[in-house]
Design a protein. Structure first.
Length: 100
């Protein structure tokens, strides 16, 4: 029994010594870790023109990609509402039924 415990202990020490500690290589997430801090730049852009913004200068349209995102959301919402409207219209009039 003593020999088995000693063998296990020596094997464990050898295993630990065999693997040296190396620096991790984060190749696929390196761009997330080393991302440049643009918080103050965005803050200046959002606060441009003061805090009293109205219809002419809405806060949600100040970033460069905001117009495209808003247009895509409007398009998707309009398409969904049109689908709902035509579905209700068809059900109310009993048309475009699926065959069994």
């Amino acid at each position: 029994m003593m020999l088995m415990a000693r063998t296990t202990s020596v094997a464990a020490r050898t295993l630990v010594q065999a693997r040296p500690q190396t620096q991790q290589k984060r190749t696929f997430i390196k761009w997330m870790v080393n991302y440049p801090d643009k918080v103050m730049e965005m803050k200046k852009l959002q606060q441009k023109g003061g805090t009293m913004v109205g219809q002419d200068n809405p806060t949600w349209l100040k970033q460069p990609q905001d117009k495209l995102t808003s247009a895509a959301c409007l398009l998707l919402t309009s398409w969904g509402m049109w689908q709902i409207f035509t579905g209700h219209w068809n059900m109310a009039h009993g048309i475009n039924k699926m065959d069994d």
